[in-house]
Each structure stands twice: as structure tokens, then as C-alpha cells.
Write a protein that binds this ligand. Sequence first.
Ligand code: FES
Length: 115
Amino acid sequence: MGAKDLTQVERHIFLCNGTACNEKGAEGVVVLLRQMVKEIGMDTRIHTTRTRCNGRCDDGPIVIIQPDGVWYGAVTPSVAQEIVLDHLSDNLVVDSHILYRWGASIITSQVKPRP
Ligand code: FES
């Protein structure tokens, strides 16, 4: 058990670790993203939590950034790297992998609908 100083946290990242996301490599995303956040010295300002299913298994692995309200889908380790360097470091959302933004009227799934 830890006691992270939450008063310094600016963003909370939810890393889906449900079964479907894990089958698509979510654990590798978790490990890389956490490692990079630490390496660039943002671990006091960013809190990460593994979650269970977030209800969008077909679009996984899912990464959710709060309070930004951004859901990323089909996250690979290289996309996780972009999320850290562009979104978390420079506040530039990685448009190519946005699944959903809070308030939007559409979900941008990269998964083709089943026939
Ligand atoms: S297991 Fe990740 S959204 Fe369902």
C-alpha cells in the first residue's frame, strides 16, 4: 500500500486491463506508459490506475485521460509513447487514436462494424 500525495496530481490515467484489452497487449501499454511517465519526471503529477473492462472491448486497448475527458483506443506501445510525449507533456491530443472525447456526439471507433 502506498500513500501518493494526491495534492500534486494533475491528471489521472485509467489503463484498461480487462481481459479483451489484455489479449490485445494492454499490459505492455501499462508498463511502457508508467515507465515513460516516471522517466520524464511526471510521476508526481500523473496518477495511473489499472482498471477492469471499460465497456469498449472491441476498441481496446483503452486508455482514458482525466480530467481531459479523452478516450484513446487501439493503443499500442508506440501510441502510448505518443500519448506521453504529445498529450501528457505538450497538451497535444493524439488525434489518430481518439476514440471519444467527453461531450462529443460521435465515437470514432477504428473497428469496422461486424456484418
Ligand atoms: S477489456 Fe478493455 S474495454 Fe473491455
